[in-house]
Design a protein around this ligand. Structure first.
Ligand code: C5J
Length: 234
């Protein structure tokens, strides 16, 4: 078992029964010319978390634990995009319109890809999700249960939209969830702060939050004890 200092109290997880869930680290949200910018946001804020996310992803892979990536995306014919989502507000380009990185939020378009720095490795799960939550209209819950996963560690964007929605969905499905504070970001810093607080309030009503350093330390300990175990058998 690994223990991480977290709010509202320590988070205990077993890497073999845990998945790292990376929400929507896509060009459409992080780079100019994508969905995030069409909504009028400053996308520069989000890129700042990439190095911290990379450190956790590399450590998680080295521990041999499960990685899940999500992409907010729609079919090219937009059959999975409710008109209420496409027509809401007054964006400079709507979902499905052609932008500088291809059609906005459409599967397979350059802008819809996960950024190179966090690109999925072979064998990792990639979930295309038409909604904000990673469990809505996807096979994520089944994929996790098939593998005996009980604990989810979340990173990604944006904190108060797709990350929060996914973590709430996971909590309702019985997973123990930890959100890494320096590995998530919002276009609105005050929304990030409020979201972190509401997740761990009331005794962890949605889950736990913690800086990523605790998970990095815990995973290093797992690798060291794994190596000791292997060398004692050699
Ligand atoms: C948004 C997301 N913000 N990935 N999507 O529309 O949070």
């Amino acid at each position: 078992m690994s223990t991480v200092a977290a709010l509202p109290f320590p988070y205990v997880f077993e890497p073999a029964r845990s998945a790292l869930v990376i929400i929507d680290m896509q060009r459409d949200f992080i780079e100019p010319g994508g969905f995030g910018e069409t909504l009028g946001n400053d996308v520069g804020l989000l890129a700042a978390i990439v190095p911290a996310c990379q450190r956790v992803l590399h450590a998680w892979r080295a521990a041999g634990a499960l990685v899940v990536h999500t992409r907010e995306s729609h079919a090219p014919d937009l059959s999975d995009c409710p008109p209420a989502k496409r027509l809401r507000g007054d964006p400079s380009l709507r979902i499905g319109d052609a932008g500088p990185m291809g059609r906005i939020l459409v599967r397979g378009e350059p802008g819809n890809a996960i950024i190179d720095a966090l690109a999925p490795a072979p064998g990792e799960i990639v979930i295309d999700k038409p909604g904000k939550g990673a469990f809505h209209a996807t096979r994520l819950d089944a994929a996790l249960r098939e593998r005996g996963i009980t604990h989810l560690v979340f990173m990604g964007v944006t904190t108060e939209v797709c990350v929060q929605t996914s973590m709430r969905e996971a909590n309702d499905r019985g997973y123990d969830c930890l959100l890494l504070e320096d590995c998530t970001e919002s276009y609105f810093p005050r929304f990030k702060a409020a979201t972190l607080e509401m997740m761990h309030a009331q005794g962890g009503i949605v889950g736990w939050t913690a800086p990523s350093v605790g998970v990095l330390t815990a995973l290093t300990a797992v690798q060291v004890s794994g190596t000791e175990w292997m060398s004692s058998r050699a």
